[in-house]
Write a protein that binds this ligand. Structure first.
Ligand code: NAD
Length: 479
């Protein structure tokens, strides 16, 4: 079985305790690699290497840092097929989606933040005789903790702005999908990223993750993951007054008005509901459809959901792969059972799906559509994070907004209507960090990204991420 290693001080290192655990290929339902079960002693080693590297990296001109980051992006692109295949095996997303999204965004994140880092500068002010300027300065050794659902995309999204701003980073990928972070760490030396600037520690959240968040020499943690974990990290960080950025769960609405282009809206709602097997924080899991078009739209949506091609994620034509793990498949199936107990009617999917051949033991669930549930039931309130969409009718714009806002989460929403004024009115009223009009998951990396309510604290994206990873010092004098 392939052994994954930590990357510390520019070297691949075994965990000091010598312990490993298995990670699975979800498409075949079997372990395929060993992951370091890192502990506090590995963290000490990584922090020491990062502290040693920090002064030189901080003092390296941003344009030089950017060159190293662009070289790392070049190496991702050169190895794109190997990365996409590895991500697909590790995570279950079909290989075409891994190449087009997860891996392509890996290099795009590095390039984007490399260039943003060069532009990033303080301000100048003059009021009366007071002249001031500001210096955004890196924090030192910072940590990033990322989840399993878009491994390479989120791993790079977190650490790239930290590096660009002149910090050294200890990055912890998810223990469920560690492979592409490991592969990427193996390219850092070739890219010319100095030893210690990027450390990658593998292991379990409750062990190495918690140790990272407690470490007194790590003043900032950028976390993407579940709301429950985010709360634990927030509480721990408060004890030491650390900076935290929390990107958490979602329960996002897709709102379709009766004047929408129905075919485009159905296509968008399918992408929102089932991309990456519904395992994207931005997925639209609550489909709200205006009464007049409800039946027609439902027919279209359900028929399209049934046409999604489920299968071996390594085949180019596959659209829908397995759930990331057995435990996660069981969690999602338990929510489908719950939905039926709560009075929901299954219109599509609704069970484990068996794929013939190589993937016969894989952890697949067919795209599932459920009708007839009230907004206040658990199925409509809790994040399921799988290929499960509930569909329900609404009468008026006010009702649509009330239903959209009737959950504890507030990450993203999509609104489908040909009436621009209505789209803007509804966008302004929806309680979420992001609203898409007649599209879904369209991303300009300059724009703020983050959630309200239980979906997160703070904003990433563009210069906001660079601001998070710096402290801005004000210098004033009398002219
Ligand atoms: P998770 O919270 O279980 O784990 C995320 C990361 O945190 C992993 O690396 C894990 O090892 C680590 N971790 C777990 N416990 C920890 C602890 N006590 N201290 C420190 N680190 C710890 O999340 P997951 O299941 O990997 O990911 C799915 C969740 O992530 C979903 O809720 C999804 O909505 C959310 N998510 C949010 C965004 C966003 O941008 N808002 C993006 C992707 C995923």
């Amino acid at each position: 079985m392939q052994k994954i290693l930590n990357f510390i001080g520019g070297e691949m290192r075994e965990p000091i305790g010598g312990r490993y655990f298995e990670t699975d290929d979800p498409s075949v339902g079997k372990p395929y690699a060993l992951v370091p079960d890192s502990g506090a002693e590995d963290l000490e080693r990584a922090v020491a290497a990062a502290k040693k590297a920090f002064p030189a990296w901080r003092d390296t001109p941003a344009a030089e840092r950017a060159k190293a980051m662009h070289r790392l992006a070049d190496l991702i692109e050169k190895n794109q097929d190997a990365f996409a295949r590895a991500e697909s095996i590790d995570n279950g997303r079909p290989v075409a989606g891994c190449a087009a999204v997860n891996i392509a965004r890996g290099s795009a994140n590095l390039r984007f933040f490399a260039d943003e880092g060069v532009k990033f500068a303080g301000g100048k002010f003059k009021t009366g005789k007071i002249e001031s300027y500001t210096l955004p300065q890196p924090l030192g050794v910072v940590a990033t903790i990322s989840p399993w659902n878009l491994p390479m995309l989120l791993f790079t999204w977190k650490f790239a702005p930290a590096l660009a701003a002149g910090n050294c980073v200890i990055a912890k990928p998810s223990e469920i999908t560690p492979m592409t972070a490991y592969m990427l760490s193996g390219l850092a030396n070739d890219a010319g990223i100095p030893a210690g600037v990027l450390g990658v520690l593998h292991g379990k959240g409750a062990d190495i993750g918690a140790a990272i968040t407690r470490h007194p020499d790590i003043p900032a943690i950028s976390f993407t993951g579940g709301t429950v974990t985010g709360r634990t990290i927030y509480a721990g960080a408060a004890q030491q007054l650390k900076k935290v950025s929390l990107e958490l769960g979602g329960k996002n609405p897709t709102i379709v008005f009766d004047d929408a282009d129905l075919y485009k809206a159905a296509e968008g709602a399918i992408a929102a509901g089932f991309s990456n097997q519904g395992q994207i924080c931005l997925c639209g899991s609550r489909l709200l459809v205006q009464e007049k078009i409800y039946n027609e739209f439902k027919r279209l949506f359900v028929a399209s959901a049934k046409e999604i091609k489920i299968g071996d994620p390594l085949l180019a034509e596959t659209q829908h792969g397995p759930m990331v793990s057995k435990a996660h498949m069981e969690k999602v199936l338990s929510y489908i059972d719950l939905a039926q107990q709560e009075g929901g009617k299954i219109l599509a999917g609704g069970q484990r799906h068996i794929v013939d051949g190589r993937c016969k033991d894989g952890w697949f669930i067919a795209p599932t559509v459920i009708e007839g549930l009230p907004m206040d039931c658990r199925t409509n309130q809790e994040e399921i994070f799988g290929p499960v969409v509930t569909i329900m009718p609404f009468k008026t714009e006010e009702e649509a907004v009330a239903l959209a806002n009737g959950v504890e989460y507030g990450l993203a929403a999509s609104v489908w209507t040909q009436d621009r004024e209505k789209a803007d009115r509804v966008s302004a009223q929806i309680e979420s960090g992001i609203v898409w009009q007649n599209c879904w998951n369209v991303r300009d990396l300059h724009t703020p990204f983050g959630g309200v309510k239980k979906s997160g604290v703070g904003r990433e994206g563009g210069r906001r991420a660079l601001e998070f990873f710096t402290e801005e010092k004000t210098v004033s004098r009398i002219a």
